[in-house]
Design a protein around this ligand. Structure first.
Ligand SMILES: Nc1nc2c(ncn2[C@@H]2O[C@H](COP(=O)(O)OP(=O)(O)OP(=O)(O)O)[C@@H](O)[C@H]2O)c(=O)[nH]1
Length: 534
């Protein structure tokens, strides 16, 4: 027993051969290096960023179907024919996206999400319970692209009602035609049977409700978004997504739940970015504040009970049974197919090649504790820290995973992280002064800067025009001073700060520099023509 415990302990603390092995062992990593089991599912050929962070996600949502209305007759000794007493069915639950600080990415979501069905109505005028909502938490900075389905609508943060008095037939006097369900369905039936005079008494009520634009009889009309809704202004630019109208038809015939899970999986062989661009119709909203809610699929209205139908509506004698059955059937919930995309929101973006010291810098600038190690790509997802000044002015700093030459072509960690830079107000280029010192085969700082600027520009033109500064890191290394002097000669027009992140030297000046950068309105970004490279 003791030996087993000792062995377990040894295994835990024994040093691994290399940082990469340590990483691959699962200690700082999300995937296993083990080959897939024989007969198991095909190994995923996911790009590295997909293993670390899921920042793009396909989601199909369906609101709960409405419960059926009840057809029931209450008989008594005095009333042998019986009175209709079937209650209405309950409304189906909604699928809601909730913006939350407690989640970082979309890894906790399911590709198929469905809210609960409303309960059926019962005899004795008992209405069915409303189906419970399905609430999926998404990180702050989630952009929602609609591929197919109804526009999402903003939801007020009110607890859902347990019981809706408007659904109780005998309690409230109101026009049955004010309901979208009744307003459309019943009127259609009556029209088709040429009994329009029968509804004339109700017409005023319909018009009245129509003017108010009410969708349902409960007066709980959601706010339907007609355009892109941004829930908080920021100065970053939004990448417009191309709309390919022709692609729409491909999806119209698809059955909602027939898709194989694999089809929705982000780890596919088809280049994900390319496919998304083809499919996405437009961006409809983004969630930027914790607590914001967006209804992406609505629950269907409950079917009507016969107590309601027979009291309020005229039914033709010939098709009575059919009409009754049709009205008492609950409406299906709406369906949507969305692509969620995460774009971090920060004031300052730390951009640099792998190992430049971005995470170290973030940890000394703020209270954030990102993973730091002397091997490339330690950071697999953006870390955000808060830098607070004495006057309580606060700046959010994002440490973006290391970029390399060719990142825009998906090299290294790829361009998945470049989109996080889009949403930062100012940029701090972290350059490694020691990359070529003491026999290291790195890239000189001015070339690092040129590569970074080019990568950002390749990804999105004009991205480097925003106010920027340079952090010349690792000034403590031997020969770094001379390198810094050379850097100053080769790069013009941008504020530069020599820093030793591990010893926190130069960090107070950098804090002031960042503040100035945030406040300044006339500062420009890095100009490629002002960088001298051999
Ligand atoms: N000598 C010296 N080393 C530093 C300094 N800052 C960071 N380092 C070291 O550089 C290595 C890389 O630091 P990180 O902060 O992980 O670098 P990063 O840019 O976040 O790396 P990625 O996660 O790969 O993008 C670590 O071993 C740090 O200890 C510094 O000012 N001086």
């Amino acid at each position: 027993m003791w030996r087993r415990q000792q062995a377990l302990l040894l295994r835990r603390i024994s040093p691994l051969k290399s940082p990469a092995a340590w990483h691959a062992s699962g200690m700082g990593c999300y995937y296993s290096t083990e080959p897939p089991e024989a007969g198991g599912r095909k190994a995923k050929t996911a790009p590295l960023q997909a293993r670390g962070m899921v920042d793009r996600f396909r989601l199909r949502a369906k609101g709960g179907d409405g419960g059926n209305g009840c057809i029931s007759l209450r008989r008594s000794r005095s009333d042998r024919q019986g009175k209709p007493d079937g209650g209405n069915g309950g409304t189906g639950g909604d699928v809601i996206l909730e913006c939350s600080r407690s989640v970082w990415d979309f890894s906790g979501l399911q590709h198929h999400t469905k809210a609960s069905r409303g309960c059926n109505g019962l005899s004795k005028n008992q209405i069915g319970t409303r189906g419970s909502d399905k609430i999926a938490q998404v990180p702050v900075g989630t952009v929602i692209h609609l591929v197919q389905g109804e526009q999402p609508s903003l939801a007020l943060n009110k607890p859902s009602r347990a019981l809706d008095p408007w659904d109780i037939p005998d309690v409230v006097e109101h026009s049955p035609f004010s309901s979208s369900r009744i307003g459309s369905k019943t009127v259609k039936i009556l029209d088709s049977n040429q009994f329009s005079q029968q509804i004339s008494s109700k017409k005023n009520a319909v018009e009245h409700e129509g003017q108010r634009g009410n969708r349902n009889h409960r007066g709980k009309e959601p706010y339907y978004m007609t355009d892109f809704v941004r829930t908080e202004d920021y100065e970053g630019t939004i990448q417009k997504v191309e709309i390919d109208e022709n692609d729409q038809s491909d999806y119209e015939d698809e059955e909602f739940w027939e898709d194989d899970e694999d089809e929705l999986d982000m780890e596919e062989e088809v280049p994900e970015e390319k496919r998304d661009e083809e499919e996405v119709q437009y961006s409809v909203a983004e969630l930027t504040k914790p607590g914001q809610r967006l209804i992406i699929a609505r629950g269907g209205e409950g079917g009507l009970g016969n107590a309601y139908i027979l009291k309020e509506m005229w039914l033709s004698k010939t098709n009575r049974q059919e009409e009754m059955a049709s009205l008492s059937t609950g409406q299906p919930g709406t369906e949507t197919y969305l692509i969620l995309e995460l774009k971090s929101i920060a004031d300052v973006g730390l951009v640099g090649l792998p190992n430049a010291g971005k995470s170290t810098l973030l940890s000394v600038l703020s209270k954030a504790r990102p993973e730091i190690a002397d091997y490339a790509f330690t950071t697999l997802r953006p870390n955000i820290g808060s830098l607070t000044y004495e006057d309580y002015f606060s700046v959010k700093v994002a440490d973006i995973p290391g970029l390399i030459k060719g990142a825009h072509e998906n090299r290294g960690l790829g361009h998945a992280f470049l989109r996080h830079i889009e949403r930062t107000k100012v940029l701090a280029y972290v350059l490694d002064l020691a990359a070529t010192l003491n026999g290291r085969k790195g890239v000189p700082p001015w070339e690092q800067l040129r590569d970074l600027v080019m990568e950002l520009e390749y990804y999105q033109e004009g991205l480097t025009k925003r106010p920027s500064l340079i952090v010349a890191n690792k000034i403590d290394e031997e020969g770094a001073d001379a390198m810094y002097e050379e850097l100053k000669k080769r790069v013009q027009g941008v504020p530069m700060f020599p820093v030793c992140a591990i010893l926190e030297e130069g960090v107070p000046d950098l804090r002031i520099g960042l503040r100035d950068l945030m406040d300044a309105s006339d500062l420009q970004g890095v100009d490629l023509s002002k960088i001298v490279v051999d």
